[in-house]
Design a protein around this ligand. Sequence first.
Ligand SMILES: C[S@@+](CC[C@H](N)C(=O)[O-])C[C@H]1O[C@@H](n2cnc3c(N)ncnc32)[C@H](O)[C@@H]1O
Length: 214
Amino acid sequence: MKVLESAPHRYDRGIKILTLGKINKAYDRIVETIKKEDTVLDIGCGTGMLSYRAVLKGADVTGIDINSEMLDIAEKRAHNMELKIQPTFIEMGVAELNNFEAHSYDVVMSGLCFSELSDDEIKFTLKNIKRILKKEGVFLLIDEVKSKSIFKRFLNIFIRIPLIIITYILTQTTTKALTNIEERINKAGLMIESRRFNFLDNFIELHIVKEVKE
Ligand SMILES: C[S@@+](CC[C@H](N)C(=O)[O-])C[C@H]1O[C@@H](n2cnc3c(N)ncnc32)[C@H](O)[C@@H]1O
């Protein structure tokens, strides 16, 4: 989706087309467990699609992103929505996550950002998420993945090629999928509590905990 972010004003439209309009429902679902007054860190917050949903639930949200133009849109959106509590947006890359204090967040969430990170960045980010989360903290991840089923991978190609072309024509943006994300999360010492795939198995919503409740 990096190409899309070179034109941030087209980002929301592009992502909606690529996901056949399903992304908003997925975002609504993933923030369902966020509670009032939770401290929430949104990694790669982009235009704030997840951040403002969490703010509407009464959470205290900080969004970080390396793209200042995406952050400008996020800030304008928060301002236009006249939110009672404003999220804090910081221009910052995942490489700086070690600046956050240990055990400081109830929730860390990330939408469609991991698929833009290098393997080393993913490893570093997961390690820091575990460190940043409070004992009972939760990590919510939504991203694009490669299906394990060969049949679904083919189906995906057939369905998505026209979509990718249309999206590119309309928005000059495109996309890339994650591989082995569940294994990497487990390796970082975090535990996947629940997962949900879409029909094509190319989008995953993960509810991950730092420690299993006794
Ligand atoms: C596809 S967008 C998703 C934005 C938003 N989370 C959403 O779901 O609409 C990915 C975002 O990740 C950000 N990003 C990419 N690499 C990053 C990094 N190393 N550190 C922080 N943010 C990064 C991009 O700038 C972009 O805004």
